[in-house]
Design a protein around this ligand. Structure first.
Ligand code: FAD
Length: 379
């Protein structure tokens, strides 16, 4: 083949592959569907503006990514006639627990958080005190207060990825469920990929979107891709008596504990944040911690049925920023990874941006702060 290869078929790679195909590029998506694929485990919370004091480029990327989700969902539905694309509007509550280290003075702290939110964005957010929260979500444990985001979005990572691949296929995208074991570089440009049993195929360009596994290509590209796996275990519970269809998504301020409601009494409760290397399996400790978290957040979940545990490896970068853009000194090599715990929200927009960067050079959002070369420079 010639044209562009995308390595990795999680949400980031699928988004990039669709965008390339939509723009008429000849593109093949290579994916070996590793156990621990983060997209398959992700909880699916997306919201903006972020209140975690993210500095400008990160904050702007989060806001633009959130906005893009609505645009993308509409495009997938209308342009490809897809019914389910895995993107649903759903309010989001960020709640303050009295025991939380981040929140020591309750509602006043909540109000201080909201003061940091750009005034232009405030219409979408509201502050609730203890009593307001109890009235709005009586099934939730007692909390000190909450910020609510009316424009929250719930993402089903599996569905959205599938929708992107289906849309891409309609545009001529080829999908190849195989391993990419190497990249051939000649005269300072990418010209081949080693796949499967060692067959080498011609390519003009490659986008590395391999999630936690992306670092494997660093030496071939002569560029540091310092992504490491951070394990997340998340449990899914079911309780026929709970009207979860009406529930908002809820997270504690530090993001350590959260729940995402689904239809028919199903609730996902997460998650662990573990340095366990490439070990994509559930553990006794992880499940125990999540069960305790579920009971703590929603006492009535004590009698819920245990449905499943999902495990994903978040692709974490050293500075917490995604790694997006062209590899220095090698023509035709691009990277789109490192989204850590925020890739369901940011991944679709990142994939779109890197696809555009790959085809035309310039893109509508500045990628400078996210460039792959920044780690080598820092070292
Ligand atoms: C428990 C948990 C909860 C989360 N909750 C949220 C949330 O609420 N909101 C949010 O925004 N984000 C969330 N995330 C983060 C989000 O899921 C990830 O950031 C995102 O899915 C990463 O997508 P990706 O495409 O980069 O990687 P992945 O989904 O991991 O996909 C990478 C793919 O590349 C393939 N691959 C790698 N190397 C090769 C190769 N050499 N050849 C072929 N294929 C290859 C792998 O097999 C895999 O299929 C959560 C993650 C976890 C684990």
């Amino acid at each position: 083949m010639t044209g562009t290869a995308v390595v990795g078929g999680g949400i980031v790679g699928a988004a990039a592959a669709w965008r390339l195909a939509e723009r008429g590029e000849s593109v093949t998506l290579f994916d070996r569907r590793d156990e621990g694929r983060a997209t398959d485990a992700g909880a699916g919370i997306a919201y903006a503006p972020p209140v975690e004091q993210l500095a400008p480029p990160d904050r702007e990327l989060a806001i633009r990514s959130h906005r893009y989700l609505g645009v993308l969902a509409e495009t997938l539905r209308s342009q490809y006639d897809l019914d389910t694309v895995g993107v649903t509007e759903r309010p989001f509550y960020k709640v303050a627990l009295e025991t939380q280290s981040l929140v020591t003075t309750g509602i006043d702290t909540v109000r201080r958080y909201i003061d940091r939110v750009d005034h232009l964005q405030q219409s979408a957010v509201t502050v609730l005190d203890e009593q307001d929260v109890r009235t709005a979500v009586p099934w939730l444990r007692d909390v000190e207060g909450a910020i609510t985001f009316e424009t929250g979005i719930r993402i089903d990572g599996r569905r959205l990825t599938e929708a992107l691949v289906n849309a891409g296929t309609e545009e001529g995208l080829e999908v190849c469920n195989t391993d990419v074991s190497g990249i051939e570089v000649n005269g300072g440009r990418v010209n081949g990929l080693k796949i499967g049993d060692g067959e080498v195929i011609d390519v003009d360009r490659v986008i590395i979107a391999g999630g936690a596994w992306s670092a494997a290509f660093a030496s071939a590209l002569g560029c540091s891709i310092p992504v490491s796996p951070q394990r997340g275990q998340i449990i899914h519970l079911e309780h026929a008596d709970l009207a979860t269809g009406d529930w908002p998504m809820v997270s504690t301020f530090d993001g350590g504990q959260y729940l995402v409601p689904w239809a028919e009494g199903r609730v996902a409760v997460g998650a662990t944040w573990e340095d366990a290397g490439f070990a994509p399996w559930p553990t006794v400790d992880g499940i125990e911690t999540m069960l305790a978290c579920a009971r703590d957040l929603v006492p009535s979940l004590e009698t819920a049925r245990f449905h499943e545990v999902r495990v994903g490896l978040r692709p974490r970068s050293p500075d917490g920023r995604p790694i997006l853009g062209k590899v220095p000194d090698i023509d035709g090599a691009f990277v789109a990874t490192g989204h850590g715990g925020g890739g369901l929200q940011r991944g679709p927009f990142s994939g779109y941006l890197v696809a555009d960067r790959c085809l035309q050079g310039a893109v509508e959002f500045p990628l400078e702060a996210f460039r792959p070369g920044r780690f080598a420079e820092a070292g």
